[in-house]
Design a protein around this ligand. Structure first.
Ligand code: SAM
Length: 222
């Protein structure tokens, strides 16, 4: 029988891919959580358009494993914001890998945040939450500033993401933009004073190259 999203064969693909990408094995708790998320994504995708990727191997590689790629860059402590989380990428993977962090996932489309809330509830991720809002409006929202880390995947141009993120970022915080290969050449016209590092990686089963752009205020406070 062909592999299905969330079944044992699919979990084995995720485990193998995670070792290739992160150099470490995932906890069984994390694998089960990722399988629950991906399976829920497929179930909801029939009624709510969450993703165009439905092939089980591609869901594992292009959504789940790619979302895990950002987790080694997360801060030691604090609050993390995932901007434009869509179906919960990379926010759910971050919350599963780092249950010690507060993870806030924001999206401007209500049905997407309803889905992400259901996943958070199903996985009992007590320190995660999904907000239905435009990220620009969070600047006026008490308690939505001072994030240690602001992440996005496939969200918008780097300059625009940084403009939206900076007012919400703690002075010693980090911005992480998850991008396709174009991330290596994107410029930052109006954000001087930020130190920029670019990390390139390959998806583990030949699915393509990806980039994480890390931005920190320079000089980076220690
Ligand atoms: C291309 S999708 C990426 C979704 C997810 N991060 C992923 O990698 O699969 C971009 C998401 O950003 C959301 N979005 C667009 N503009 C936004 C804004 N101003 N504030 C919050 N979310 C926004 C959209 O609703 C959409 O879900």
């Amino acid at each position: 029988m062909a592999m299905q999203v969330g079944d044992d064969a699919w979990c084995d693909v995720v485990k193998t891919g995670a070792v290739k990408m992160l150099g470490a094995a995932l906890d069984e708790r994390v694998v089960k959580g990722l399988a629950f998320h991906a399976n829920s994504l497929m179930l909801w995708n029939g009624k709510v358009n969450l993703t165009s990727i439905t092939d089980p191997l591609q869901v594992a590689e292009k959504h789940v494993l790619d979302a895990l790629a950002v987790t080694p860059f997360l801060p030691k402590a604090g609050r993390v914001l995932d901007v434009g989380t869509g179906g919960g990428f990379p926010g759910i993977a971050m919350a599963l890998m780092r249950p010690d962090l507060d993870v806030v996932m924001v999206d401007s489309v209500h049905k997407k945040t309803v889905f992400v809330r259901e996943v958070i509830r199903g996985l009992r991720l007590e320190r995660a939450q999904a907000l239905h809002a435009r990220v620009e409006s969070l600047q006026k929202n008490d308690g939505c500033q001072g994030f240690s880390c602001i992440v996005s995947r496939a969200f918008t141009a780097l300059g625009r993401f940084v403009e939206m993120g900076l007012p919400l970022l703690h002075p010693s915080g980090t911005i992480l933009a998850m991008k396709g290969p174009e991330g290596t050449t994107e410029s930052l016209p109006s954000c001087e004073g930020l130190e920029k590092d670019v990390f390139c990686y390959d998806l583990p089963f030949g699915g393509g190259e990806r980039v994480i752009v890390r931005l920190r205020r320079s000089p980076y406070p220690v």
